[in-house]
Structure formats: structure tokens, C-alpha cells
Design a protein around this ligand. Structure first.
Ligand SMILES: *Cc1c(COP(=O)(O)O)cnc(C)c1O
Length: 362
């Protein structure tokens, strides 16, 4: 018996369309780095291409090469930019670097000079994240000599606090980006990832780069999730314990059990991405019942309280829902003290993966 991870491509496409509808003046792209946030780029990217998405972002060069093999037509940007010795791989696979600093710009210009033609790239300006990108003071503009030989096809910056709408850094980044953009007349500009799309049209510019919202995570924390759920994780019960004497459950004996409780052992653990930090805090669900985790999550197994379930459901082989419904990922993330991004990207490799909506519970 194996846990089943359902990933619904129709929901991902519906989320992409919803975001595109919110940004009528901009091109809506898709960020599919880290294997489409752990959900499987080979399934996700072609579905988005069929829906009309034409531009994709990945982080690593290897992800770009993999994506190019899946999508012949699309425009693919690599957020890491071009590293030493990588120029040939970029041109061979028709990948576009997001140039982050002077060294990368020089490298791409040299590649253009050697080929005797202009090369396209995006340029990343750091407006307040201090992660990747040029400081605004180092960017002269599209006709500056330091970009000679290149054609800048996209000006990019990234928001640090877009999930906190009234954070003061948001308006500072917006103002800084507008100012730099003025030095690049006619060049498309992009500031917004998932959360910034919801800050309003001023943040959309010419192109938006949603990732996590496509996959059903709430881009507006603290407010209702506007996205359709994408991921459902169901894991089978392996064994049920009728507790007759006071005892404890799991490693460290951290959780006491009392007579009359019924405890189920479920075939999923931290090796599957059910973070150990969710121990004693998360809840599974079945048939409208909340089934709290009991004791520590171990590598392959976790225990849940099924006392509330009717006996025919508290049985070997019955699947309980570990992630599901609106906010399924966000709930598990909150229980583990982390964010939906981390839960998604850590989902394990041992599940049976089903690329469709889950069937209704029995
Ligand atoms: C990961 C990433 C995105 C997508 O962010 P989400 O919050 O997942 O929408 C967009 N732009 C850059 C530069 C990124 O690194």
C-alpha cells in the first residue's frame, strides 16, 4: 500500500487563467523552477503551454535544459543567470539568462562578441531584496556601453514583502523599479511574482511571474485563498491500535495515550515530506473528521487519533487525507512552522503520483 499524491493539471491551468485575468495588460508567464515546485515539470509545463503560456522561468541551467526538451516553442529564462563556462549550453538550448551582476553581463557580452551577433537577455535590478540583481546605481540604461552587444528583452526585479500588503518596503521597491525602468524605454518590465499580482495593477507592468499561486498555495496570507486547490495527498492506514492501558506513542514517548483511544499508523513520514516539525500539531482528515497527529512523525510513518471515526473507517487500507481542500498545503505548513513553498518542494518521491483530480472520498 502506497500513499497517493494527486496533482490536478486542470486546476493549475485554471489558476494560470485566473491570474492572467487579473493582469489584463501584462503577459502572464509561469515559474516552474524546482521541478514545478515539486509537482513535476514534465506534466505541468506542457499543460500550461497548451493553455497559452508562452514564457517560463526556471532557476538552474539544468532545469532550463530539461524544460527545453519538453517545450520546443516557449521562451525560457534562467534566473541564476550565466555562470563561467555555461555560455555554450545557453545558446545550444536557446535559453535566456537573467543577468544579475557585472560579471554575468561581461560573460554574456563576450559570448555575443565571439558569435558575432547580439544576444538576448533579461536584466535583474535589485530594488531591495539583496539577493540577486544589480544595484540601481550600477545600471545606466539600455544604450549604456556596458550592455553593448546585448539586447535586453526584459527588465526584472523581485519583491521581498509582497505577501504583506502594507509593508513599507513594497512602495520603496515600486518607486525604485519605476525609476530604473525609465532608463530602458521600450523594454518590457516585470516586478510581480504571485503575491505582488494581488497588490494591484501598479505592480503588474508588462509581465508577471507567478509560481506558487499556480500550485494552489495562498498568495494572500491571512485572507481567503483565491486559488483552486491543486494537491491532494492520501495515505493508507497500516495498523489500528485499540488502547486498553495507558501508554505512549512514537519515538521519544512524547505523547501519552489513554484507554479508550483508537490510534492509526499511517504510511507517510518525513522522508515523504511530512515535516517532523508538524509532529503533534497537524491534522489528517477523513469523512469530515479532524484526526490529530499523535507524537513524533517518523521517517516512514505517523500516528493519528482516529477515536472519532466510525469503526469501519478506522481500518487497514483506508486512506486518510494528509493534504487536501482549499488551504491544504498552507495548513500543513502552518502546523510545521513553515510556508507552503517548503511543503510543496519537499513532497517526496515515494508516492504514487496521479495527474488528475482526486476521486471523492468513500
Ligand atoms: C521564485 C521566483 C518567482 C515566483 O515566485 P512565487 O512567489 O512562487 O510566485 C518569481 N520571480 C523570481 C525572481 C523568483 O525567484
Amino acid at each position: 500500500m502506497r500513499a497517493r499524491l494527486f496533482v490536478d493539471p486542470d486546476a493549475i491551468v485554471a489558476n494560470w487563467r485566473q491570474l492572467a485575468g487579473r493582469c489584463p495588460g501584462a503577459e502572464t508567464t509561469a515559474v516552474v523552477k524546482a521541478d514545478a515546485y515539486g509537482l513535476g515539470v514534465a506534466e505541468v509545463a506542457p499543460a500550461l503551454l497548451r493553455a497559452g503560456c508562452r514564457t517560463f522561468f526556471v532557476a538552474r541551467l539544468g532545469e532550463g535544459v530539461e524544460l527545453r526538451a519538453l517545450l520546443r516553442e516557449a521562451r525560457i529564462f534562467v534566473l541564476d543567470g550565466v555562470g563561467p563556462g555555461e555560455e555554450e549550453t545557453f545558446t545550444a538550448h536557446d535559453l535566456l539568462p537573467v543577468l544579475n551582476h557585472a560579471g554575468q553581463i561581461a560573460r554574456w557580452r563576450e559570448a555575443a562578441r565571439r558569435r558575432g551577433r547580439r544576444l538576448d537577455a533579461a536584466l535583474h535590478v535589485d530594488t531591495g531584496m539583496t539577493r540577486l540583481g544589480l544595484p540601481p546605481g550600477e545600471v545606466t540604461g539600455s544604450d549604456g556601453p556596458e550592455l553593448d552587444g546585448l539586447r535586453i528583452v526584459l527588465l526584472v526585479s523581485h519583491m521581498a514583502c509582497a505577501d504583506v500588503p502594507d509593508h513599507p518596503l513594497n512602495l520603496r521597491q515600486l518607486a525604485s523599479f519605476r525609476e530604473v525602468r525609465g532608463r530602458f524605454p521600450g523594454v518590457p518590465a516585470s516586478l510581480a511574482a504571485s503575491s505582488a499580482i494581488f497588490l494591484g495593477p501598479e505592480w503588474h507592468f508588462d509581465l508577471v511571474r507567478p509560481g506558487v499561486a499556480l500550485y494552489g498555495v495562498n498568495p494572500t496570507p491571512g485572507r481567503p485563498n483565491p486559488m483552486r486547490p491543486v494537491v491532494t495527498l492520501r495515505a493508507p492506514i497500516l495498523q489500528v491500535h485499540e488502547i486498553r492501558e495507558p501508554c505512549t506513542v512514537g519515538y521519544g514517548a512524547t505523547r501519552s495515550l489513554s484507554p479508550g483511544m483508537r490510534v492509526a499508523t499511517v504510511a507517510a513520514g518525513y522522508a515523504d515530506g511530512i515535516l517532523r516539525a508538524a509532529s503533534d500539531r497537524a491534522v489528517a482528515r477523513l469523512a469530515g473528521h479532524d484526526l490529530p497527529y499523535l507524537g513524533r512523525v517518523s521517517m516512514d510513518l505517523l500516528a493519528i487519533d482516529v477515536t472519532a471515526l466510525p469503526p469501519h473507517l478506522a481500518r487497514e487500507g483506508v486512506e486518510v487525507e494528509l493534504i487536501g481542500g482549499p488551504d491544504g498545503i498552507d495548513r500543513l505548513a502552518a502546523a510545521a512552522g513553515t510556508i507552503g513553498y517548503e511543503v510543496l518542494t519537499r513532497l517526496g518521491r515515494r508516492f504514487e503520483r496521479c495527474y488528475r483530480a482526486p476521486e471523492a472520498e468513500r
